[in-house]
Write a protein that binds this ligand. Structure first.
Ligand code: KE4
Length: 429
């Protein structure tokens, strides 16, 4: 069997990089085989180093709402780089970016830029702790908020995929303040609150989860969560790193109709460059240094290149609100086609979708929380993944992730994916 250039590069990479990748989920560990090394991307397509064209549903794990390398983002970067890359001093574009985020997300009055979603969520919890003077916080089993120590307790995404939802290296001291509730189960939240009265600073949640696969909070649950946080003076944090500007201009909080006290962002707001942000109520965010005592900093926070790329992305969203209507139509078309394929294959697998993020769960049980998500047959998902990859369709190499439709996906792309889905299902069952 011919050794591909990707395989050769992967062997070389493993000599210098842990597991040969700079982020674990890229390594194909849970689906088997060797990851494809990419050489370029444009629109809905990427090419790997062996020249194979791949129809991309990962979109760099969420940032590429408009597909790869859209002209308007590329142009903004080319213009920005003429002035230099980084000054370590304030720039005007940072004001424009902050203003635009506060305009598009009404619950955000003050916002701080950082360099990743992890930094955003870590900092948001710290701000909540500083504001309330309390130390504990609640997360939900299966939600993933980046790799900050205190989040890696029963976490989703790669942590779940590799079976280490609670990571070695996280100290007991760190974990002691992390309380874990069950997603979509308000009684599990009430129980933790009654056991830790007046000790809980925050609840952080992916109101539409991407990291146990796609699972939406029920309207009843999220409204009760908002209510109980009001009553207990607990800061409600929506982790919108994946859902922000993905599901709507105002993200998950817009479609769920619930205003959090703080929100975190990433992915789309960087236009493909490393950016994160956290923001929300003025009186909480004013606790953040240098306006307040809660320290947080970053050499490249608000970096002009990343700001220009992100500003171009968010400006496009502001100027084209109909973009979500078109994403909804394309995503529903794909969902219906895939569900028809599941039926034709005589199966009852589950397919969850919210807007342009979705997940095909290889289980016959409706997936509404962590316990139902993990009934999925991850081996079968791995076989399906490779059948689709061999047909030029590039899906997340892990069952507990979301796939994404971009504005660059055409009906032809979707039809190709729907046909490949039916063939792949017939090949594995
Ligand atoms: P980053 O530190 O990876 O920029 O963001 C962490 C994060 C925080 N919150 C949510 C809801 C997230 O989805 C993420 C990161 N998402 C994963 C995909 N599930 C990133 C992909 C990866 O880990 O390589």
């Amino acid at each position: 069997m011919r050794i591909t250039k990707s395989e050769k590069l992967f062997e070389e990479a493993k000599k210098y990089i842990p597991g040969g990748v700079n982020s674990p989920v890229r390594a194909f560990k849970s689906v088997g085989g060797s990851p494809r090394f990419m050489s370029n991307g444009s629109g809905s397509k990427m090419h790997d180093v062996d020249g194979n064209e791949l129809l991309d549903y990962i979109g760099s794990w969420g940032p590429h709402l408009f597909g790869h390398n859209p002209e308007f983002i590329k142009d903004s970067l080319i213009k920005a780089i003429e002035n230099g890359t980084s000054f370590g001093a304030p720039t005007e574009i940072e004001i424009e970016m902050a203003k635009l985020i506060t305009e598009l997300v009404p619950s955000v009055e003050l916002v701080r830029m950082v360099n990743s979603g992890t930094e955003a969520t870590m900092s948001a919890v710290r701000a909540a702790r500083g504001y309330t003077g309390r130390e504990k916080f609640i997360k939900f089993e299966g939600c993933y908020h980046g790799h900050g120590d205190f989040f890696l307790i029963k976490a989703g995404s790669g942590a779940l995929t590799f079976g280490v939802p609670t990571s070695p290296g996280v100290t007991k001291g760190n974990a002691a303040d992390t309380l874990v509730a069950d997603f979509n189960d308000i009684n599990s939240v009430k129980k933790l609150i009654s056991q830790n009265k007046n000790e809980i600073a925050a609840v952080i949640i992916e109101a539409v989860v991407g990291n146990m696969g796609t699972v939406r909070a029920s309207d009843k649950f999220i409204k009760e969560l908002r209510q109980i946080c009001n009553e207990e003076k607990i800061i409600l944090i929506f982790d919108e790193v994946m859902t922000g500007f993905r599901l709507a201009q105002g993200g998950a909080q817009e479609i769920l109709g619930v205003k959090p006290d703080l929100s975190t962002f990433g992915k789309i707001i960087g236009g493909g460059l490393p950016v994160g942000a956290y923001g929300g109520k003025r009186e909480i965010m004013e606790m953040v240094s240098p306006s307040g005592p809660v320290y947080q900093a970053g050499t490249l926070s608000g970096n002009p290149l990343a700001m220009n790329a992100g500003y171009a992305a968010l400006t496009y969203i502001k100027d084209h609100p109909d973009v979500y209507k078109s994403l909804e139509q394309k995503s529903a078309y794909l969902e219906n086609g895939i569900k028809d394929g599941i039926k034709s294959a005589g199966k009852n697998y589950q397919f969850n979708r919210v807007g342009s993020m979705m997940t095909f769960f290889f289980t016959e049980e409706p997936v509404t929380d962590y316990n139902s998500a993990v009934t999925s047959d991850t081996k079968l998902y791995g076989r399906y993944f490779h059948e689709m990859l061999n047909r030029g369709i590039y899906l997340p190499p892990a069952q507990f992730e979301a796939m994404f439709v971009s504005t660059a996906h055409t009906i032809d792309d979707l039809d190709k994916s729907i046909n490949a889905n039916l063939e792949a299902l017939k090949a594995i069952v």
